[in-house]
Structures are given as structure tokens and as C-alpha cells.
Design a protein around this ligand. Structure first.
Ligand code: ADP
Length: 266
């Protein structure tokens, strides 16, 4: 079932805030550095890599010494604006250690909803990939609001990463979170929860098992990860949800090792 992962070429990696920021709110430089190392190595192997990264608000909170996530939307957006440029600075630094170029791409939902702008996004990303550059995508938090408090039907970057995977016809979406995969219940509340190795259809039972909330810093939770998986399954592709601590797990995933949860049609 996982053999195909050994030969995938175009890969979208989504990294959640909880993999980029320590629980105490400080930036996880070791994690970001390892992510840069792993993704560069995959590029060097000839694969095409797109990174969808959360973390702008978390990094902004750290930079501005704000201990609690602000509720006020203009403050959230200001913190995201500070954090996004700092996050890109950190990524650029880390990737450049391995001589890998990156590019920032900020998207809003409407951009991918309209055919003209969607085509432009695809063209830009195709161009970057053909130049061997790793696009680092985030939702444009400073102008988009609803996804930050997940009050609309779309999730946060989970769904954005699935949309990008779909637009770019990716072979696999690797979604890195702070949890080992999808469990039969929230493992932080239920120690009996069992990890799914493979899921081929998303049904009501799974949606119920996904519960609602996520972690302190992440915003999507498991429900938005399932919605992302549904989108990926709809486009006949595959998604692996795994623990991004450490990001080196991507090597195992691409070696076909049974880690995380694989979402793929049987
Ligand atoms: P990220 O910030 O990486 O995007 P989230 O915090 O949004 O991640 O979501 C991950 C969290 O979802 C887990 O840490 C866990 O507490 C919670 N969760 C709820 N239900 C489940 C489930 N069925 N399986 C795994 N994790 C779950």
C-alpha cells in the first residue's frame, strides 16, 4: 500500500505551528533547521517540494513577547505581519545553509477560487519548481481573517495545503502535526485511542472521532485535517498525517515505512 511513496516526485509538505513553536512559545530552531535539511535533500534527489507553513502568529507572538494568542483581529493581523517576515527570514537562513533557494507565496482563498488568478498561482508555482526553488506558502493572514479563528467552513492551512496539492497535481501531501497520526479518539484525552495506519474513506464515524479543538497554537484540529484528506482523496491523490517532531520522519514516510496515517483510496 505504501510502496508508491518511494517513487513520488511532487510533494507538498504542510507543517503546523505546533511543530515550529515549542509549548512555551519559543521558536523550535532545531525543528526548522532539520526541516530545511530534509527538504533540501529531497530537492537534491530531484524531487519537487512545496512547503505550506503555518506559524506566522506564533513567531510574531514570540518576537513581540506576547504570551497569549490575541483575540482582537487587528492585533492578530499585526502579529501575523511581524511573524510572517520573521518566519521567512528564519527559513531563508536555514535553507541557505544547504544552498537551497526559497520563495514566499502568500495566498488568499479568492485567489484560488477565480480561474484567472488560479492559473497565475499555478504558473508561478510551476515556474519556481522548474527553477529548483522551494515555494513556502502561507495564507495571507494579514488580509484574510476567518481562517485564523476557523469560523468558516474552510479550515486553516490544512485545507490550503490540500488545495495547493490539488492545484499542483502533487503525488502526496505530507501533513506534519504534533501527533503521530489519526487516532480513534483524541489521544490527549483518551489513552485507549488507537492509531489508524491507513484510511481509505472518510465517514461520519471518523469525523466524530476528530473532535473539535486542536492545540494551543494550532488552529485547525483534526476535523480540518480530515477535510484536507477528503479533498486529496477526491483528487485521487494521497496524504500522510504524521508527527513533525522530528521532520526527519519525512524520510521514513518516503521510504514507505509504516508511520503516521496514510489516507489513500484502496
Ligand atoms: P497542528 O498545529 O499541527 O496543525 P492541531 O493542534 O491543529 O495541529 O491538531 C492536532 C491535535 O488534534 C492533536 O494534538 C490532538 O490533541 C487533537 N486531536 C483531536 N482528535 C484527535 C484524533 N482523533 N487523533 C489525533 N489527534 C486528535
Amino acid at each position: 500500500m505504501r510502496d508508491f511513496l518511494r517513487s513520488v516526485n511532487r510533494i507538498v509538505v504542510k507543517i503546523g505551528t505546533s511543530s515550529l513553536i515549542h509549548p512555551n512559545g519559543k521558536i523550535n530552531f532545531a525543528g526548522i533547521d532539520q526541516l530545511a535539511f530534509v527538504l533540501t535533500d529531497l530537492c537534491n534527489q530531484g524531487k519537487e517540494i512545496i512547503l505550506v507553513s503555518s506559524g506566522a502568529i506564533g513567531v510574531g507572538m514570540d518576537k513581540l513577547s506576547i504570551p497569549e494568542r490575541p483575540q482582537d483581529i487587528p492585533i492578530q493581523q499585526a502579529v501575523a505581519a511581524v511573524g510572517q517576515s520573521e518566519l521567512m527570514h528564519i527559513y531563508n537562513q536555514r535553507f541557505l545553509v544547504y544552498s537551497q533557494q526559497t520563495a514566499q507565496v502568500l495566498l488568499t482563498r479568492d485567489v484560488v477560487d477565480f480561474p484567472e488568478s488560479r492559473k497565475n498561482v499555478i504558473n508561478t508555482l510551476e515556474q519556481l519548481l522548474s527553477m529548483g526553488i522551494v515555494p513556502i506558502i502561507n495564507e495571507n493572514d494579514t488580509v484574510a481573517v476567518d481562517e485564523m479563528d476557523h469560523t468558516r467552513k474552510f479550515g486553516d492551512n490544512d485545507e490550503l495545503s490540500a488545495i495547493v496539492a490539488q492545484l499542483m497535481d502533487a503525488d502526496v501531501l505530507i501533513m506534519l502535526s504534533d501527533i503521530d497520526g489519526f487516532y480513534s479518539d483524541n489521544p490527549s484525552k483518551n489513552k485507549q485511542a488507537v492509531l489508524y495506519s491507513t484510511i481509505s474513506t472518510i465517514n461520519q464515524t471518523l469525523m466524530e472521532q476528530a473532535g473539535g479543538e486542536g492545540s494551543r497554537f494550532g488552529t485547525g484540529g483534526m476535523a480540518s485535517k480530515l477535510r484536507a484528506a477528503q479533498r486529496v482523496l477526491d483528487s485521487n491523490s494521497a496524504m500522510v498525517l504524521a508527527n513533525g517532531k522530528p521532520p526527519r520522519i519525512i524520510f521514513d514516510i518516503l521510504a514507505g515505512v509504516d508511520v503516521g496515517t496514510l489516507f489513500k483510496e484502496a
